[in-house]
Ligand binder design. Structure first.
Ligand SMILES: Nc1ncnc2c1ncn2[C@@H]1O[C@H](COP(=O)(O)OP(=O)(O)OP(=O)(O)O)[C@@H](O)[C@H]1O
Ligand SMILES: [Mg+2]
Length: 305
């Protein structure tokens, strides 16, 4: 379950004596009672929607601790699912706490279980990725008509809401606002659009003071007793594109803090982007791990523990 690479403990997969609700690409999710979940963030890394065979040291801890940081920072905008990230406060069964407490510490969250909305709320503040491709082809991004002559990675005058479906397997797909309305209803669609824009803007402004540009991000919301709640993760390097502010300039690709290091390496291979994913060289793993930790350090001023 845990492996030791260069004396650093990594967590690839957990097997806790609790009912397993699911294993995502990155998280192992367990039920705790009827209305709570224990979300354990492993060190798995997925790129192009394929889980790669090598764990990235500290990644699960960084994702968890960044989310915890943002849930607190953003809680006045919308309630979130986090109950606690302190293992001592989770009231876990003794057999779980005693045997797995140290593994869980720093990489797990006890949360309120929600009914996830079937739409991912993507916000783009800069023109990149599929938004840029869409714009090049059509002059618009997910139905938002944009001015002519914008450059790659240019900051948009206002961030835009470009929802996507949560694909069960494979790649998420951009959908129109109308399709969003048909999935979750017009009232909820308008609410999550406004909430996502508010969350993004608050996070973007804070991150910028720490030398990080958040180019785009994805939020997930769920319903708990008819209330809209922010769930999953928040403004992490897995759910967002983070660029260093220094040296930013439109008209070209941006150097990236995070997974882009892995993506760039993978693009040098002749891999067809289908499972199984290729092994990563030690220096790519190390560089990626350092990048994740650097983001946490910049955002919070603390070291990940
Ligand atoms: N409070 C919550 N209640 C119910 N489900 C949640 C909650 N928070 C997160 N989830 C779900 O837990 C899962 C997180 O797992 P993970 O991030 O590993 O999945 P993923 O690889 O991103 O995508 P997929 O969900 O497609 O496997 C997501 O499906 C998310 O919707
Ligand atoms: Mg996820």
């Amino acid at each position: 379950m845990t492996t030791s690479a260069a004396r650093i403990e990594t967590v690839w997969e957990t097997k806790l004596p609790l009912p397993l609700v699911g294993r995502g690409k990155v998280r192992d999710i367990y039920a705790v009672g009827g209305d709570r979940l224990l979300i354990v963030t492993t060190d798995r890394l997925s790129a192009f929607d394929v889980v790669l065979p090598d764990p990235i040291p500290f990644k699960g801890k960084v994702l968890t601790q960044i989310s915890v940081f943002w849930f607190d920072h953003l809680k006045s905008i919308v309630p979130n699912h986090l109950i606690t990230a302190e293992v001592d406060e989770m009231n876990l069964p003794a057999e779980v706490k005693e045997k797995f407490g140290s593994l869980l510490e720093g990489r797990s969250m006890l949360v309120r279980r929600a009914q996830p909305l079937s739409v991912e709320c993507v916000i783009r503040g800069y023109l990149t990725g599929s938004g840029w491709k869409d714009y090049l082809k059509t002059g618009a991004t997910s139905g938002h008509k944009l001015p002519a002559g914008l450059q790659q990675c240019q900051k948009l005058s206002k961030p835009i809401f470009t929802p996507a479906t949560k694909a069960v397997t494979g790649h998420d797909e951009n959908i129109s606002f109308e399709e969003t309305v048909s999935r979750i209803g017009e009232g909820t669609a308008r609410k999550v659009e406004a909430l996502s824009l508010g969350l993004y803007e608050r996070g973007r402004d804070y991150a910028e003071t720490k030398g990080i540009l958040i180019a785009d991000t994805k939020f997930e919301f769920g319903l708990i007793k008819n209330e809209i709640v922010l769930i999953d993760e928040a403004l992490t390097p897995d759910s967002s594109r983070f660029w260093p502010k220094e040296g930013y300039g439109p008209g070209r690709d941006q150097p990236s803090f995070d997974k882009q290091i892995v993506r760039n390496y993978l693009l040098t291979l002749t891999w067809n982007q289908k499972p199984p994913g290729p092994k990563l060289p030690a220096e790519v793993i190390e560089k990626t791990s350092r990048a994740y930790r650097e983001i946490y350090r910049r955002l919070t001023g603390k070291e990940v523990v």
